[in-house]
Ligand binder design. Structure first.
Ligand code: CDP
Ligand code: MG
Length: 759
């Protein structure tokens, strides 16, 4: 065991005694403290000091890969051991853990995946669930699972760490577990509000506003500047601009989750001159960037959100909560008094929500249930969540997953106590795609149909806010600009693809600034266009990881729309006569919203990406489809009805009219099919009666004539003898044939083949 010491300057060091005593005495402890107080790096060492990590490992979870690695490296360095020995880490695709490992730092997602292989998590004797305030789905899943596991494993200890936000809630959830607060001294931070682009005259964009803020802070004195931005694109845009500005002795350093390890590491390395770190919200609480004296906060983050109104999962760039904004500002008050510039107004700040909602409240429950099923976490209705979801939404979620074919069919009537349903192979693949399950289903289908490129472009477009802008003052010009992509096919979906191709072509020849201008002139929101492209690449990468291939040839629009329909089965509509109203699933009625190509000249059958409940139900983003497509895609949902069977002498078999409905919509009507396909017994019976007994069949078999003559003779005899009781009984004749004709003979063709073999 390496010698354990604690850096004296870390606030947590002062609480060593009480932490040791409390962790020793309780199964669950909540540790709260501001970012940088030493929770992530020091708690595992305190656990080691208590002798933990020997019976089983100390499992230390982080929400982000970047943090998992840097935290592990730091602990290993402080314990003077090599990474992968006493301290190891594991993230997706990398595993540096050995037999000697006592502390294993990992992403929370990875630990969740381990539960499937080791239900009781016996390899561990302690868990530190770090950054629990983040309340991601993964964290809620882990906390719920551990709630259930703790009583079964009295030897297990759990430490939950959190920024100083709502720690009471965790304590209550874990039977009033003790809370220890380890915050250190925070220096005052001066807040300056520098909004941009609010005034219509103000032409500055975010990049320009950042440049000005960097200049303003540079005049304050030496010290590093930490800039918070919503994503990689914004970071690269800002980095390009700042590098071009060639600021004096200033290094520009991006910091985000997908960077390489080496690049990320530079943040912790000593340096001379000034540093401007351009970071996503990883730097909010996950990673303490040392040496920061100034913060610039653009005030946004990409926040995955389920729209209850639109019933879809989106990944919009949103204003961060007050709690997040304060966390960000607080990053510059660790060493000395700091200055934080917010690129928005103080009114804007005061109108923001106090906290970021937990992800489970922002996520489509279909997607939560899907992930829980994929992880084998058991039934959502009885899972011990910190904040359980609403039961009605659970039912909606399960319905949607059934619609998408994610579950094996339920055997008979089910009730809530039957436990979780089993995922189909399709459901398991769906669980891996980071978009709304409806959109994920489209992508999976597009692979089969060779139109993944188009469908991913569309799925990404539907996952963000529409990049097309319609300013009230220039509505006509905007409509005209957007109309160019409407196309002949009346498909709002293909319009997205045409717009996408146009932008890609332009981007190839234009400079960044020119492209930005083009977007503005064509009434497109530049940030959302970049967001669209970003999400598309992300989707392509992840879909590629589960074997979805990109088509190289442009796809046929019919194929695209079939793939879309796979995710929108309950968004199918049939036009009511010549009206503009559509009959939808389960008796719903909807109109197509203005702005859609389907609003003016509606087709007989349409799909709509969204069905929005305004004062009436309104379909948005629509296209024409062929209803028959839904039969194959909705195989698990369609209902068949059949009319009266009819014998056809011409065909030599019986047929029946078939009608197929999906959620009550007649997607196929008057389809004549062989009766033998739906009722082979009846088809055989009708063949025997009509063809063999009644002779409604121009056959050239000798026995037919022979039998007919025989029956005629019997009839003549009965007549002559005035003995109607000797008339041949048709039922007896049927019985005669019935006893001789094999069970699978349902038509003249079948019969002929069999009869030939009998000769
Ligand atoms: O988890 P918490 O925010 O409370 O603090 P921490 O991550 O344990 O960080 C404690 C200190 O270690 C901070 O000052 C970090 O900057 C520093 N640290 C570091 O220098 N290098 C790392 N790889 C990780 C942390
Ligand atoms: Mg931490």
């Amino acid at each position: 065991m390496p010698e354990i010491t604690y850096p004296a300057d870390l606030p947590i060091a002062e609480h060593r005694e009480s932490l040791l005593a409390t962790i020793g005495a309780h199964q669950v402890v909540i540790v709260a403290g501001e970012t940088g107080s030493g929770k992530s790096t020091q708690l595992p060492k305190l656990c080691l000091e208590l002798g933990r990590g020997v019976e089983g490992m100390i499992g230390h979870t982080q929400p982000r890969r970047v943090a998992a690695r840097t935290v592990a490296e730091r602990i290993a360095a402080e314990l003077h051991c090599e990474l992968g020995t006493a301290v190891g880490y594991a993230v997706r695709f990398t595993d540096r853990v050995s037999d000697q490992t006592l502390v294993k730092v990992m992403t929370d997602g990875l630990l969740l995946a381990e539960i499937q292989r080791d239900r009781r998590l016996l390899r561990y004797d302690t868990f530190i669930v770090d950054e629990a305030h983040e309340r991601s789905l993964n964290i809620d899943f882990l906390l719920g699972y551990l709630t259930h596991l703790l009583p079964q494993r009295p030897d297990l200890k759990l430490i939950v760490t959190s920024a100083t936000i709502d720690t009471e809630q965790f304590s209550r959830h874990f039977d009033h577990a003790p809370i220890i607060t380890v915050s250190g001294r925070a220096h005052p931070v001066e807040l300056r509000y520098r909004p941009f682009g609010v005034d219509p005259e103000d032409e500055r964009d975010q990049v320009a506003a950042i440049a000005e803020a960097v200049a303003e802070l540079s005049r304050e004195g030496p010290g590093d500047i930490l800039v918070f931005l919503s994503g990689e694109r914004e970071i690269h845009d800002a980095a390009d601009m700042l590098r071009k500005a060639e600021l004096h002795e200033t290094e520009i350093l991006p910091l985000y989750a997908r960077m390489s390890a080496v690049e990320q590491h530079r943040v912790f390395e000593p340096h001379v001159g000034r540093r401007v770190i351009l970071a996503t919200n990883v730097a909010e609480t996950s990673i303490t960037v040392p040496g920061v004296r100034y913060v610039i906060d653009a005030g946004t983050a990409r926040i995955s959100r389920y729209s209850r109104r639109l019933k879809v999962q989106r990944l919009p760039i949103e204003a961060v909560s007050q709690a997040s904004a304060n966390q960000r500002a607080g990053r510059c008050g660790r060493l000395a008094p700091g200055v934080a510039i917010r690129l928005y107004s103080d009114e804007d700040f005061s109108q923001r929500p106090a906290f970021t909602e937990p992800e489970i409240l922002r996520t489509s429950l279909a997607s939560v249930i899907l992930q829980m099923s994929a992880l084998g976490l058991g039934d959502i209705a009885s899972f011990p969540f910190v904040e359980p979801p609403d039961p009605r939404s659970i039912a909606d979620g399960i319905n949607l997953l059934d619609e998408l074919g994610a579950f094996e069919p339920a055997a008979g009537e089910r009730d809530v106590n039957d436990g979780p349903r089993r995922l189909t192979p399709l459901g398991r693949r769906l669980a891996q795609l980071p978009v709304d399950p409806r959109f994920g289903r489209m992508v999976l289908e597009s692979d089969r149909l060779g139109c993944t490129r188009e469908v991913m472009v569309i799925a990404a477009a539907l996952s963000i806010q529409d990049p097309r802008e319609r300013p009230a003052t220039r509505l006509d010009a905007a409509t005209q600009a957007h109309q160019r992509f409407a196309g002949e096919d009346g498909s709002d979906f293909m319009a997205f693809v045409r717009l996408w191709d146009h932008l890609r072509t332009q981007q190839r020849t234009l400079s960044g600034n020119q492209f930005r201008r083009l977007c503005r002139d064509e009434f497109l929101n530049y940030v959302r266009v970049r967001e669209w492209q970003d999400l598309y690449s992300q989707l392509r990468q992840i879909a590629g990881g589960i074997g979805v291939r990109l088509n190289s040839e442009p796809a046929h629009p019919d194929h695209v729309h079939q793939a879309l329909l796979a995710g929108l089965l309950s968004h199918l509509g049939m036009r009511e006569g010549e009206t503009k109203e559509f009959r939808g699933a389960r008796g719903a009625k909807f109109m197509i919203g203005r702005g859609s190509a389907q609003a003016k000249r509606p087709a007989q059958w349409v799909i709509a990406a969204e069905l929005v409940e305004t004062n009436r139900l309104c379909g948005r983003v629509a296209a024409r489809v062929q209803p028959e497509w839904a039969e194959r895609l909705g195989r698990h949902l369609v209902k068949y009805q059949h009319g009266e069977p009819e014998w056809s002498a011409e065909r030599g078999s019986s047929t029946v009219l078939e009608r197929v409905t999906l959620y009550g919509l007649p997607i196929v009507t008057n389809r004549r099919i062989q009766l033998s396909r739906v009722d082979p017994a009846l088809a055989r019976e009708m063949f025997v009666r009509h063809a063999l007994v009644e002779g409604d069949w121009a056959a050239d078999h000798a026995f037919v004539d022979h039998n007919r003559h025989l029956l005629d003779d019997v009839r003549a005899l009965a007549e002559r003898a005035r003995r109607p009781d000797l008339e041949p009984d048709p039922e007896l004749v049927i019985a005669f044939y019935d006893g001789r004709v094999p069970a699978d003979i349902t038509s003249t063709r079948h019969f002929d083949r069999w009869w030939r073999q009998q000769q």
